[in-house]
Design a protein around this ligand. Sequence first.
Ligand code: AMP
Ligand code: MG
Length: 324
Amino acid sequence: MTTRLLAAHTADEIKQAAREAAACLRAGDIAAVPTETVYGLACDALNAGAAGKVFAAKERPSFDPLIVHVADASWIESLSDMTGPVGLLAQELAAAFWPGPLTMVLSAKDLVPDLVRSGLPTVALRCSAHPVMAAVIDELGRPIAAPSANRFGRISPVTAEHVVEELGGRIPLVLDGGPCRHGLESTIVAVEDRRLVLLRPGPVTAEVLEKFAPVERAAGGVVVSAPGMLESHYAPRTPLRLWPEGAPLPDDAATSGVLAFGAVGPGFAAVEALPSDPADAAPLFFAALRRLDAAGVRRIYAREISESGLGMAIMDRLRRAAHG
Ligand code: AMP
Ligand code: MG
């Protein structure tokens, strides 16, 4: 299969690209679409056959559910049960953060195909602020399921080129909307009776969510209660280890690369030095990891970053990327 890249930068390009993508999705096919977090691999969320193509292209196991994107908060009610205090809290969160990088896990209505939610009684809902994703949903007039547009377990794509690296030849269409603004996947919370369970830290921080309801999280930062919260994820092919501040220079530094937040001393074969402020580092993070993965080094060492604000999401991704 040839993968077509369509530019979606100017208003006219976005309109045209959204029409083509919507036609593709209406026909039950799949297409990669930029969001403000990472690129998503989109399909009609109410078409189980199309969702099957997303799982196949990504080689994603069927126990890992997809996030469903909606046009606005008024769509929540048609996909999930909004009665009681959970509904009120979800409406409040949607009013505060949508469109934006917050995914809410809510009780699902039967309309949402089993495959999309991996047989769970819940559905994950999000409303993207990206003009391209918004335009595609608008054109299609239906919710879109869109997990990150990478092969399962790999580094999430933050440019159209990354999507082609991951899925070129496997999908018919990629809309190129340029680099993603946040560069880290959405925050995922399970909305429960007067509390939120943080399933994945992301751009909407726990500190901010605390203003709406108590936020519960495990010691490591993530509650492992969703099938997709696998320990190994976001992983480069090259083995990656955390290299804490104060630890000696690794013995194999000369054949290794290093991902640092701030300055790093000499000794490594390849260096990616990101800003030390997590908010500035986040949009550059996955691209830097990809460059190190392609640099031909035997191992990647990653410095730690302070876990305040977006630092929690970055450390979550780094811990899961670590292997070997
Ligand atoms: P991705 O879009 O590739 O970042 O992956 C979406 C993630 O959302 C999955 O890995 C799941 O962990 C999570 N997710 C999606 N649906 C649900 C759900 N119903 N309950 C809990 N987590 C979910
Ligand atoms: Mg993913």
